[in-house]
Structure formats: structure tokens, C-alpha cells
Design a protein around this ligand. Sequence first.
Ligand SMILES: CSC[C@H]1O[C@H](OP(=O)(O)O)[C@H](O)[C@@H]1O
Length: 343
Amino acid sequence: MRAIRFAPGEVELLDQTKLPHETVWEKFTSADEVAAAIRDMKVRGAPAIGAAAAFGLAAEARRLQGDSQLREKLLEAAKRLRSARPTAVNLAQALDEMLSVLTQTGDDALADALYAKAVAIADADVATNRRIGAFGADVIGQHGGHILTHCNTGSLATVEYGTALGVIRALHERGTLRHVYVDETRPYLQGARLTAYELAEEGIPFDIITDSTAGYAMAQGWVDAVVVGADRIARNGDTANKIGTYTLAVLAQYHGIPFYVAAPTTTLDLATATGRDIPIEERHANEVTHMFGRPIAPIGASARHLAFDVTPGALITGIITECGVAKPPYIESLAEMAGRHGA
Ligand SMILES: CSC[C@H]1O[C@H](OP(=O)(O)O)[C@H](O)[C@@H]1O
């Protein structure tokens, strides 16, 4: 399964706001159209928005080919893409990688070179996710086959295969997965709508649970391990991820259940010392007070929609990357993983 298709000058995205009941692909040919799609969460998931932004910038270069201010306009377009969502560091990392092409290529070859770089970023993500899956299945398989996960971290959150859901796929491929408990993940419902969609497609056994069921599920002994994704991991292992992740980590520690984060090294932000320094996106209150456009709260009710929270590294058993599994102390182990990236 893929939610992103690309060709020179265009990128097609599966509109994730319409899943699981409608399959609607939308074609984009400019950076601003892709920035809006990221803001509106038609495409979401840290690696997926990085790849989408890369193809958006490549399409912009083709659209502006021959413009006397091509480079200046591309730098401005990259800024608008970067500001579409603040927390996932993969967005910034992908754009930085794309912009490095500008220093290596002349104007005439720029559109082709940027497209080639975007394709390389996409291909690298797929290979990375399969390595994360393998390392994750090795380490989580030791704990048992009943896994709880949060949000969506699969092919809909990456270019293909996924990070935490990639680990679950790898466990299923090995025959060691028994069951998946899928947090619905209010208010955007990435779990109930997107993770359930992916697992159902592949016949992987699961139950959707409300976010508020997770603690009781752990207390009942249903869960052998928790694995979640990440949007930004600070130097000390503090991890920003979908709101509700921190709650799961505290519950897992209380119940003595291993809690793993699965993420590519492009999600590591070693320039950020701790989770306190990670920007947390706050989205419009109507994403809490409304569901599919219908009010579920009194009209005019006030609400807060923090899209992410931060889990302290002290609550994380291990951080599964494509370069291996980092264990505490994360300041040393994450620096080592980053050093192995691309090695
Ligand atoms: C594989 S990273 C997925 C990551 O992104 C999600 O956030 P959103 O759906 O708002 O983009 C969530 O934090 C996932 O863990």
C-alpha cells in the first residue's frame, strides 16, 4: 500500500481525511498546494510529510523553470512548506536535503535534480522502514505477540511499510504476532480510521480500543509490549509523538510493560537538548469539538487540541531505528545511531 505517487512535476496524495470509506487521490503541481495538503492533514505522518514536501518543492522547480528568480522563489517556497507543521522534524530534514541540491546544480538541470533527490528520499524511507521492522521484531518479539500501538505509523504515515506499524508487520510476517490493540487516537482518529484500514487490508488481527481503554487493557494482561512512532526525538531521548503517547508510557511503566519508540534516524534532532525545546503543534479547537464537521460539544464550547505530547526518555525502553535499537543512556546511544546513518 502507498499513499503517495509521483512523477516529474507532480505528486499525487491519497486524501487521508476521507479514509477509510472513500479512496480519493489528489494531484498537486506546486509547493503551496502540497503545503496546504500537509496543513490540512490530507497527508500526515512525519516521514510522509517530509517526502510530500520534497516532491512539492521538486514540482515547484519545474513549474518555475526559466524564471529569472527561480532560486529565490524556491527558497521562499521551502520556507512555506517547512512552516506547514512545526513538530515533525522529518519535514525540515527533507527540505534541507532538497535545498542542498541548489548549491550543486545549475538552473537548467535544477528541476530534474530536485526530482531525483525527492525520489531518493522516498526510496530511502522504504528501505529504512524495513530495517526498522526487522530490528523491532527482533527486540519486541522477545516480549510476546500482543502489541498495543497508538495513532498511525504505517504506509499512510511513511512512503511505505511504516515505522511502529512496520515492526508489527515484521512480527506478522515472522508469524510471531498474536494481536494488535489499536488506540483509536482521538480526535483525528488515525488509529480507528487509518491503522485499522491498513491492518484489515492485510488480515492482521486487531481490535480498536478507545484511548481510555489502554490502561485497563494493560491491567488485564492483554498487552506484552507497546510500540509507537515519533515526530521528533531530542538528544536525551525525550520523544514528541501523537497526543496520548505520554499517557501510554506512564501506564506502561506502572504495569511493567516494555514501551518502544520506532523511528528513522531522520527523526532524531540532536540539536535539540530535551523535550522541553520541541515545538508542539496546537491545532484548531473545532477538531476536538466537532467530528466530521458535526458538533459533538455545545456550540461555542472552548477546547484545546494539542496534536503532540512529549514522552521523557526515562519512560522509553528502547528506540528502534534502521541502524539498530538505542537503549538508555540515550545521549550516547542516539549519537551513535546518528553516526551510523548512511554509514
Ligand atoms: C511514522 S511517524 C507517524 C507519526 O505522525 C503522527 O502524527 P500526525 O498523524 O499528526 O502526522 C503520529 O505522531 C505518528 O506517530
